[in-house]
Design a protein around this ligand. Structure first.
Ligand code: HBI
Ligand code: FE
Length: 292
């Protein structure tokens, strides 16, 4: 008899509400689960200073993100909503795209209500509470990034009529999940998939292997990504304001262009790419020949 996997069991839990949220039941977390959070937290703090951008580190400092264990979402949401109006809600795991977008469009960040086990600290099949909360929530304390995430949710709801979700998902992947930013001090990480992974935090900035390419919206939307290994290319934004400005534009003409033309493999460089290096400081946004 096939056994339901863990995620499926959670989804069919009678406590799951229509919007896929569940009660966090913070008081039911075990000392071992809080211990896993603490271990992950300490491991990240040994690599993030000097690598994570100032906005991320500020968010981490200003929110009750728990050096001592899994945060209580109620306390966390109170602090976060006072800063930017965002809340953190618990969900059983990955939720359908439309549900995910609806939450973001309403300034609610859905966080997986489970944590990896102590013997698989570096591997998760689905985003758990450490990735979702430690990785994503600090940036939501930044007003511009907070608006970007909401705009992404709204864009997702609009894209459903367009058949363009794959393109939009690539934007999310290469910014929210795996984005780099050029700062006056040099290149820094802000993507949640990087800042919640000790090994990728080092690799993304220091490995000679991946491409680090100046952000260009159409280029990003044409680029496949890897979900099973470190990224082969990262895209570097000049500022969060510049990123938000790009996404406030009407994507309809862009989606039209994307119906034809090339799709790029994750690791390939193309003509027009501006390749950046770790020591590079802030750069001026410039436009690609291809996206005029
Ligand atoms: N659900 N809980 C959760 N977390 C995500 O990051 C998430 C999701 N559902 C869909 C989704 N991400 C992506 O496929 C969209 O960005 C396209
Ligand atoms: Fe994520």
């Amino acid at each position: 008899m096939p056994t339901l996997d863990l995620a499926e069991r959670r989804r069919t839990d009678p406590e799951t509400r229509d919007d896929w949220t569940v009660p966090q039941h913070w008081n039911r977390l075990t000392p071992a689960q809080h211990g896993v959070w603490r271990t992950l937290y300490q491991r990240m703090m040994s690599v993030l200073p000097g690598r994570a951008c100032g906005e991320y580190l500020d968010g981490l400092r200003r929110l009750p993100l728990g050096a001592d264990g899994v945060p209580d979402f109620r306390r966390l949401s109170d602090a976060l909503s006072a800063l930017t109006g965002w809340q953190v809600v618990a969900v059983p795991g990955l939720v359908p795209d439309d549900v995910f977008f609806e939450h973001l469009a309403n300034r609610r960040f859905p966080a997986g209500n489970f944590i990896r086990s102590a013997d698989t600290l570096d591997y998760i099949e689905e985003p758990d509470v450490f990735h979702d909360v430690f990785g994503h929530v600090p940036m939501l304390a930044h007003p511009v990034f907070a608006d970007y995430m909401q705009a992404y949710g709204q864009g997702g709801l609009r894209a459903e009529g367009f058949d363009s979700l794959d393109h939009l998902a690539r934007l999310y992947w290469y910014t929210v999940e795996f984005g780099l930013i050029a700062t006056p001090e040099g290149m820094r990480i802000y993507g949640s998939g990087i800042v919640s992974s000790r090994a990728e935090s080092v690799y993304a900035l220091e490995s000679p292997s991946p491409n680090r390419i100046a952000f260009n919206l159409e280029r990003v939307m044409r680029t496949k990504y890897r979900i099973d290994d470190f990224q082969e290319s990262y895209f570097v934004i000049p500022s969060f304001e510049a990123l938000l400005n790009e996404t406030y534009k009407d994507f309809a003409p862009l989606y039209g262009r994307l119906e034809t033309g090339p799709t790029h493999e994750a690791g390939t460089l193309i003509e027009g790419d501006a390749v950046l290096h770790r020591g590079d400081r802030s750069y001026r946004p410039h436009s690609h020949a291809a996206s005029r």
